[in-house]
Write a protein that binds this ligand. Structure first.
Ligand SMILES: [Fe+2]
Ligand SMILES: [Fe+2]
Length: 332
């Protein structure tokens, strides 16, 4: 019998986790197969066709696109650091390693996709790059992430200890649930709002592909958090639950500040309050997926997000109710 089947998902061994079958965590292998089927290449999208739209956009609209790129470009790479230093080394299941390897390629692909935006649109790359350090609300979001990741890079984490497992979960919540599952989605909504107004349609297609990948990343991360909690009941204390919940609420506050800098005055159909209601809606969904009650109790102001991504099965993972509502609404 393959003794690997007795291995829990966490572990830092080198001799373990080298035989794929039998698969202990089928959700991880299914996500790997789905991710491979989703493979795409940024330059297949004809971004140059959006240049005329970009030229006639207002200064605040151009600022919003630039601001999003300033945030997304470095943070796609930050996610890869979180995976490489904070997740992959502490997971033993080979099916999880397969998925993480594909996810890391996807984050690299997203980085290249957003570089394609910078090289196509008349955006000053130097200024866009500088913003992630020079804009306090953007720098604060990165500092939040780096705080959790640094614990795993500046010293060796012992994944067999309670504190090691807590640090693993904290980092996973920080980069996956918060960065990918709340902050990125808030940015995707703003990016796709231009297409809602018949602007930047090809940019919208690029974002569609990224959203499709990110939906899988989120599903993998949440499954991983829940599996680690289930296999390590000693982590399930009231204090640790409170800490994780508070991380998510703090992250909403950081995003609200950032969104005021993203849209200082508001553009047609969209202002910071609208985005922040969506952020609170997202935070409630993430809280519920982790087993907490919703905190904000707001309804989704951007129901079109689910309907706009009609090819994206996994967007429906998070917005199933709204999507089926939209589909019913359209067909009735
Ligand atoms: Fe990404
Ligand atoms: Fe991601």
């Amino acid at each position: 019998m393959n003794t690997d089947t007795a291995q829990p998902i966490l572990g830092a061994g080198i001799s373990e986790g080298r035989l794929l079958k039998p698969i202990r965590y089928p959700w991880a292998y299914e996500l790997y197969e789905q991710a491979v089927a989703n493979t795409w290449f940024p330059h297949e999208v004809q971004l140059g066709e959006d240049l005329a739209d970009f030229a006639r956009m207002t200064d605040e609209e151009k600022h919003a696109v630039t601001f999003l790129m300033s945030y997304f470009n470095p943070n796609e790479l930050l996610v890869n650091k979180a995976l490489a230093f904070g997740v992959y080394p502490y997971v033993n299941a080979p099916e999880a390693h397969l998925y993480l390897a594909k996810q890391m390629w996807e984050e690299a692909n997203h980085c290249v996709a957003f570089e394609y935006v910078l090289e196509t649109f008349p955006i000053d790359r130097g200024a866009a790059y500088a913003a992630h350090v020079e804009t306090p609300s953007m720098a604060a979001k990165e500092a939040f992430e780096v705080r959790y990741l640094t614990r795993m890079t500046e010293r060796t984490l012992d994944i067999t200890t309670l504190e090691g497992k807590r640090d693993f979960v904290r980092n996973l919540v920080a980069y996956n649930v918060i960065l990918e599952g709340i902050w990125f989605y808030s940015g995707f909504m703003v990016a796709l709002s231009f297409r809602q107004r018949n602007l930047l349609r090809n940019f919208g297609s690029l974002i569609d592909w990224v959203v499709r990948d990110e939906s899988l990343h989120l599903k993998f991360g949440i499954n991983l958090v829940l599996t680690v909690l289930e296999e390590n009941p000693e982590l399930q204390t009231g204090d640790f639950a409170d800490e994780i919940r508070q991380m998510i609420l703090d992250a909403v506050g950081l995003e609200e500040r950032y969104n005021h800098d993203l849209l200082p005055h508001g553009i047609l159909g969209l202002n910071a309050d609208y985005i922040n209601t969506y952020v609170r809606y997202l935070a409630d969904r993430r809280l519920e997926e982790l087993g907490f009650p919703a905190h904000y109790g707001v309804s989704n102001p951007a129901k079109w997000m689910a309907a706009a991504n009609d090819t994206l099965e996994l967007v429906n993972f998070f917005e199933a109710t709204n999507t089926s509502y939209e589909v019913n609404a359209r067909t009735s």
